[in-house]
Design a protein around this ligand. Structure first.
Ligand SMILES: [Zn+2]
Length: 714
């Protein structure tokens, strides 16, 4: 089930496709900024230009140092464009592979982890009798996914029972019975609305049911409402895609075209009734605890008693209806449209959500719209890559056990925990020294800081998949059963104590997150590998890179969204009004700075969407710097490779963000991604840091020196 508060990751999750199931998982260029030079546009790579990297199942992870001199461009001036200086070589040497929307230090490590997981899965996919139960599950799931000839032979037939269920719906009241079965089979919220469980915003010790806005096929409500030419073109292509998919499952062309228009009409109405991403950053806008009777009076056309009873929730007293306006609009839609329209809509969402598990014609049509048209990707990723992703998504803590056992040492864990503690101490020192915050708010901020739980590597207790039946010859069934297992796990939490040991990312994931309701920071084993974290190197680049990531996540506890929750995870205002106002002024400085940067073509950063991340980048880097200084206080540091220790800290910092992006992907990110492009996540930060100016001897007037205009929040 999708988490509501989304701006918690370090990087946006790279997706295989844009099916609702895949969206559900957590979820992290130069010049209109007058003071910044324009970066070279990212190379637009076509398949013929790229030597396909040699892909093979790996038995060991490759090594790239976390401070990588060949990735730099030492002809660039660090005071003019620090990103080009630190990442210029990387950008030149790492064109975007044809099956990727973007390519980055993070993405590359994720690919390497993927090849390593492939090795594990190949090893476990033979039906040997000496496999452990965990190895049997992951090995047989992978085997079923890789069995392409069987999947091809089946074509769209695995979808037939679902299409039959849709055909059998007798009246609109029956939609509730249908959705109570179908929602748990899908991670996303594409079928009319989303439903799951989460901690009560007002009382973080309780898990309650959540009903939230959904019902869309495109990745965001803005795709339906924007009126520029590019958006109109995308909607036109989406309409064609919906018709193509319906045609592929047997509708004649005329019916498929007609049905696509119906789908577009319903989804557009639902999009218009949904909050924007910026609005959803305000948790108060998403907190409406209602009784089931109140929900029923919002959407009387929908049979809520039946839906809740079929989910085993007949006796719940309250639930959070995140967007009441959406559910009111949904009621109008259900009332005003004939059942036949709803059946067309359901057929589309059936084929849309199940396409990845069906034959190649459906996989390719899905890819062509969601990855090629929307993201500019030219080639479908090879089957092994998609199958590794599905095992990671569906049985992630089973596969994760095998990954951790082979890659993550107790020593790495201990060092990371130590670094995290030092960064938390740096934050405490910074909070105490703030000149804009009163003592009473400082005291509460420090209480919250002390309550943050640090989770490093992997969960203390592994999820038990024993009840998931995995069959070697049934990919579609395996994916469905694993999804139902996960959905049921979420629903069964309702009314039970919160499990604070749970993780929202799998161990091999190359990412990190802060969860405001758990008040925890989480760093999976997958992100604590070279070149991001390199135990072979000294502290300077490691604090610059991973230390800044830790500081970034910690700062999320105090960003525009996170600061509204207390140390126990309750939505509760612990700020004096004056301190809150001063905080907002400081965030506004960062918003004004980032609003000047261009993402692609005429599109600027929507800094109302990205400011939580931008503030986390800024605060996190400073905290890592202070913690590093503290950690090496008793050491005499020497220059290395011609760089001073301070310079090595900042180069290590910048090299996490080296990336190339396709213009289509930048355009999609501008709508959906709360993170700024990599270039600005570096240049926008160092331009605010006197510690950087001093390290590189940059002067007032240099593009990387904002001087008196510089922003500082934490
Ligand atoms: Zn973040």
């Amino acid at each position: 089930m999708r988490r509501l508060l989304t701006a918690i990751l370090l990087v946006a999750t790279p997706l295989l496709g844009q099916t609702p199931a895949q969206q559900a998982r957590p979820a992290e260029q130069q010049k209109p900024a007058p003071e910044k030079p324009q970066p070279a546009p990212p190379p637009i790579v076509t398949p013929t230009e790229v030597q396909k990297p040699k892909e093979q199942p790996l038995t060991a992870l490759p090594y790239t140092p976390s401070l990588d001199i060949p990735s730099m461009d030492r002809t660039a001036d660090p005071c003019v464009d620090f990103y080009q200086y630190t990442c210029g070589g990387w950008m030149k040497n790492n064109p975007i592979p044809p099956d990727q929307a973007s390519w980055s230090a993070y993405g590359k490590l994720a690919e390497e982890n993927g090849e390593f997981l492939w090795g594990i899965l190949e090893q476990n996919s033979s039906a040997a009798t000496n496999r452990t139960p965990v190895q049997q599950k992951i090995g047989d799931y992978f085997e079923s996914c890789m069995d392409e000839s069987r999947i091809e032979a089946l074509g769209a037939t695995p979808l037939k029972p679902l299409l039959d269920e849709i055909a059998a719906i007798k009246n609109k009241r029956d939609l509730a019975r249908f959705l109570a079965v179908e929602h748990p089979r899908d991670y996303g919220s594409g079928w009319l609305f989303g439903f799951g469980s989460d901690q009560d915003f007002g009382d973080a010790t309780q898990v309650i049911a959540f009903a939230h806005a959904g019902g869309l096929g495109l990745p965001d409500r803005d795709y339906y409402t924007k009126t520029d030419a590019k958006s109109r073109e995308i909607r036109h292509k989406y309409l064609q895609h919906v018709a193509n998919m319906l045609h592929l499952i047997g509708e004649n062309k005329a019916t498929a075209d007609k049905d696509a228009k119906i789908v577009m009409r319903i989804e557009t109405d639902l999009a218009k009734a949904s909050l924007t991403r910026v609005e959803r950053r305000d948790p108060y806008k998403l907190y409406h605890k209602l009784t089931p009777a109140q929900l029923e009076s919002l959407t009387p056309a929908f049979d809520w008693p039946r839906y809740l009873a079929d989910n085993g929730l007949a006796t719940i007293k309250t639930l959070n209806v995140t967007e009441p306006k959406f559910f009111k609009a949904l009621d109008e839609e259900i009332k005003s449209l004939p059942l036949s329209d709803w059946k067309a809509y359901l057929r589309w969402h059936a084929v849309h959500s199940k396409a990845p598990y069906l034959s190649r014609n459906l996989v390719v049509e899905d890819f062509n719209f969601f990855r090629k048209t929307l993201r500019g990707v030219s080639e479908l990723p090879p089957r092994w890559k998609r199958c590794v992703r599905y095992v990671d998504r569906d049985l992630g803590e089973a596969l994760g056990q095998e990954f951790v056992r082979r890659t993550f040492s107790a020593d790495t864990k201990e060092k990371t925990v130590d670094m995290t503690r030092r960064i938390e101490m740096a934050m405490e020192k910074e909070i105490k020294a703030l000149d804009w915050m009163t003592d009473v708010t400082k005291q509460r901020a420090i209480e919250k800081l002390h309550a943050v739980a640090n989770k490093v590597g992997y969960p203390d207790r592994w999820r038990d998949y024993a009840s998931v039946n995995v069959a070697r010859s049934d990919f579609f069934g395996n994916a469905t059963r694993a999804t139902v297992f996960e959905s049921n796990r979420e629903i069964l939490k309702i009314g039970k104590p919160v499990d604070r040991g749970e993780w929202g990312m799998t161990p091999p994931t190359v990412n990190a997150y802060y969860n405001p309701q758990m008040n925890d920071i989480n760093f999976p084993a997958g992100v604590l590998q070279p070149p991001l974290y390199d135990t072979k190197l000294d502290d300077a680049p490691n604090y610059g890179n991973t230390g800044s990531t830790i500081g970034h996540e910690l700062t999320h506890a105090f960003d525009d969204e996170g600061r509204q929750f207390d140390g126990q995870g309750n939505l509760k205002d612990w700020w004096t009004p004056d301190d809150a106002k001063k905080f907002e002024e400081r965030v506004q400085c960062v918003r004004d700075q980032y609003a000047q940067y261009t993402i692609v073509d005429e599109i600027k950063i929507n800094s109302k969407l990205t400011s939580g991340e931008d503030v986390a980048d800024l605060g996190g880097t400073l905290l890592a710097y202070i913690a590093w200084k503290d950690a090496v206080a008793s050491q005499h540091l020497e220059p290395a490779d011609g760089f001073s220790p301070d310079q090595r800290f900042f180069i290590g910092f910048a090299q996490w963000a080296c990336e190339n992006e396709r213009p289509e992907n930048l355009r999609a990110n501008a709508i959906t991604n709360p993170h700024s492009p990599g270039k600005y996540r570096i240049n926008g930060i160092v331009a605010n840091m006197p510690e950087f100016w001093k390290a590189f001897n940059c002067q007032e007037g240099n593009p990387m020196v904002r001087g008196a205009k510089n922003c500082k929040v934490w």
